[in-house]
Write a protein that binds this ligand. Structure first.
Ligand code: ADP
Ligand code: ASP
Ligand code: MG
Length: 406
C-alpha cells in the first residue's frame, strides 16, 4: 500500500462531469489499495471571475486579507462537490479546508508561504481509510486569517502536502498530457517529455511554463519528492519529474508574458552609474533579470536595457525618477507588454553552438532581442509580447524539439 497525493487543476474540475472523471481516477487508486489525499483547484475561470469582480469594488487592492477569503472560495466549492461524488460512488471521503487541515502560512496575503502542511488529525483520517479532499491554494495565518498561496498555488499545496504526509507519489492531473517541449497550445509540434529532471522543470516553470508552479517544483526538489504530470482526460504515461536524469541537452522552450523593459541612454562611464541604479532598485525590492549594456555614440557614455516583472513597472519608473538617479542618465524609456523567452536544458552553457543557434534562429524569424541572460540551465531573451508565438515556434524548430527523442 502506498500513500499518494492526487492534484486536479481547474479545467479538470470545471463541472460535474469533470468531477466524475476525477473521482474515477481516485477510485482506481483506492481500489489498488492505496491511501489517497486529493488536492483540488477551483473550477476553471472561477478565481479569475472572483478577482475581476473584486477589482471593481477594491481597485487599489487595499483589502488583501478579505480578497484572500473571496479568492479561496472556488477551491472550497470543488472540495465539497468532489466528496459528494465520491460518497455517491460508495467511498468514505471528507473535505478539508486549509485551516481544518492545519496548513499554516505567513501573513503575506495573496502570496503566502506555507509553514506547516497537514495536521495529525488529517493523517489520522487517511489512516482510517478515508479519502481526504483538501482545498488547494489556501492556508491560514497563526492569527486565523485565510491566505492564498499565489496564482496557480494548488500545485504548491499538493507538493507541500505530499512532503508533509510522507507520500510515496504526487500526481498532478491537468488538461494536457504532461510537460511538453513548449506550450502545446502555441506549438502543435511540441512533444511530450517522458522524463525530466526537477532542476530542468524548475527552470521551465520559473520561466513561465505554467503547467507546474515553480514553488511546487522548488519544494519537490528540496524534499527529494518525485512528481508525475499527467492528463485527467486521456490515458497516458505523462511526465516523470525526478532528480538525476541527465541524458539530454535541451528540454524545452518556456515563455512568460509579464515583463516590462527599461531603456536608459546617456549614462556616464567611470562613475559607477549602473551599480548605483541596481543598488537603489534592490533597496526598493525590485528584481531585474535580463540585461544589455552597450556603448553610446558618444564613447564617454553607455546605454543600458533591463527587464523587470510587469508588476514592478510603476515602482521602477518612480525609483529611476528620483533625483539622485535621474542625474545619472539622459533619457529613460519604459515599456510594458514585454515577454521573456527561454531555452531550458541541463548543461546548456557548456555546449558549443547553443547561443549561436538561439540568436540566429530568432534573427531569421525577424525577432528583435532587447536583452539577454544565460545560466547553466537556460538562455533567455527579452522580446515584445507580439513576437512570443513566432519566437517559441522558431526556437522549437531550431533546437529540433519536434524531432529529438530522449
Ligand atoms: P491546471 O488548471 O491543471 O493547474 P494550468 O492551466 O495551470 O492547469 O496549466 C496547464 C497549461 O499549461 C496547459 O494547458 C498549457 O497550455 C500550459 N503550458 C505552458 N507551457 C507548457 C509546457 N511546456 N507543457 C505543458 N503545458 C504547458
Ligand atoms: N484557483 C487558483 C488559481 O486559479 C489556484 C490554482 O488553480 O492552482 O490561481
Ligand atoms: Mg495550474
Amino acid at each position: 500500500m502506498a500513500r499518494i497525493v492526487m492534484k486536479f487543476g481547474g479545467t479538470s474540475t470545471a463541472d460535474n462531469d469533470c468531477l466524475r472523471i476525477c473521482a474515477g481516477h481516485i477510485a482506481r487508486e483506492v481500489k489498488a489499495g492505496h491511501q489517497v489525499a486529493v488536492v483540488v483547484s477551483a473550477p476553471a475561470g472561477m478565481t479569475n471571475e472572483l478577482g475581476a469582480r473584486m477589482a471593481k469594488l477594491d481597485p487599489d487592492h487595499q483589502h488583501k486579507d478579505e480578497s484572500d477569503l473571496v479568492l479561496s472560495s472556488g477551491e472550497q466549492i470543488n472540495a465539497g462537490l468532489l466528496v459528494m461524488v465520491l460518497r455517491q460512488m460508495g467511498y468514505k471521503a471528507r473535505s478539508w479546508t486549509g485551516w481544518q487541515a492545519g496548513l499554516i502560512t505567513d501573513d503575506n496575503h495573496g502570496q503566502a508561504r506555507l509553514k506547516t502542511a497537514a495536521s495529525q488529525q488529517f493523517c489520522d483520517d487517511l489512516d482510517r481509510g478515508n479519502i481526504a479532499v483538501l482545498t488547494g491554494f489556501q492556508g491560514v495565518t497563526i492569527a486565523g486569517k485565510i491566505t492564498t498561496l499565489g496564482r496557480g498555488g494548488s500545485d504548491v499545496s499538493a507538493v507541500a502536502l505530499a512532503a508533509a504526509i510522507a507520500a510515496d507519489r504526487c500526481d498532478i492531473y491537468t488538461d494536457v498530457d504532461g510537460v511538453f517541449t513548449a506550450d502545446p497550445s502555441i506549438v502543435p509540434e511540441a512533444r511530450l517529455i517522458p522524463r525530466l529532471s526537477a532542476s530542468e522543470m524548475l527552470e521551465m516553470a520559473s520561466n513561465g511554463a505554467k503547467v507546474l508552479h515553480s514553488r511546487a517544483v522548488e519544494l519537490a526538489l528540496a524534499e527529494n519528492l518525485d512528481l508525475r504530470v499527467t492528463s485527467t482526460f486521456k490515458e497516458g504515461p505523462g511526465t516523470e519529474i525526478s532528480e538525476g536524469l541527465e541524458d539530454h541537452l535541451v528540454s524545452g522552450i518556456a515563455y512568460s508574458r509579464d515583463q516590462s523593459r527599461v531603456s536608459l541612454t546617456g549614462l556616464k562611464r567611470g562613475i559607477g552609474a549602473a551599480q548605483k541604479i541596481f543598488a537603489e532598485l534592490a533597496v526598493a525590492g525590485i528584481n531585474s533579470d535580463l540585461l544589455a549594456l552597450g556603448p553610446a555614440s558618444d564613447l564617454t557614455m553607455f546605454n543600458l536595457v533591463f527587464a523587470t516583472s510587469r508588476q514592478d513597472h510603476g515602482p521602477v519608473v518612480e525609483c529611476l525618477r528620483q533625483r539622485q538617479l535621474a542625474d545619472l542618465y539622459k533619457t529613460m524609456d519604459a515599456k510594458e507588454n514585454m515577454a521573456r523567452i527561454s531555452v531550458v536544458g541541463l548543461g546548456l552553457r557548456s555546449q558549443y553552438g547553443m547561443a549561436d543557434r538561439f540568436f540566429s534562429s530568432l534573427a531569421s524569424a525577424g525577432i528583435i532581442i532587447d536583452a539577454v541572460a544565460t545560466s547553466e540551465l537556460r538562455i533567455s531573451a527579452l522580446i515584445t509580447n507580439e513576437q512570443v508565438e513566432n519566437a517559441v515556434r522558431a526556437l522549437h524548430f531550431a533546437f529540433a524539439l519536434d524531432r529529438n527523442s530522449k
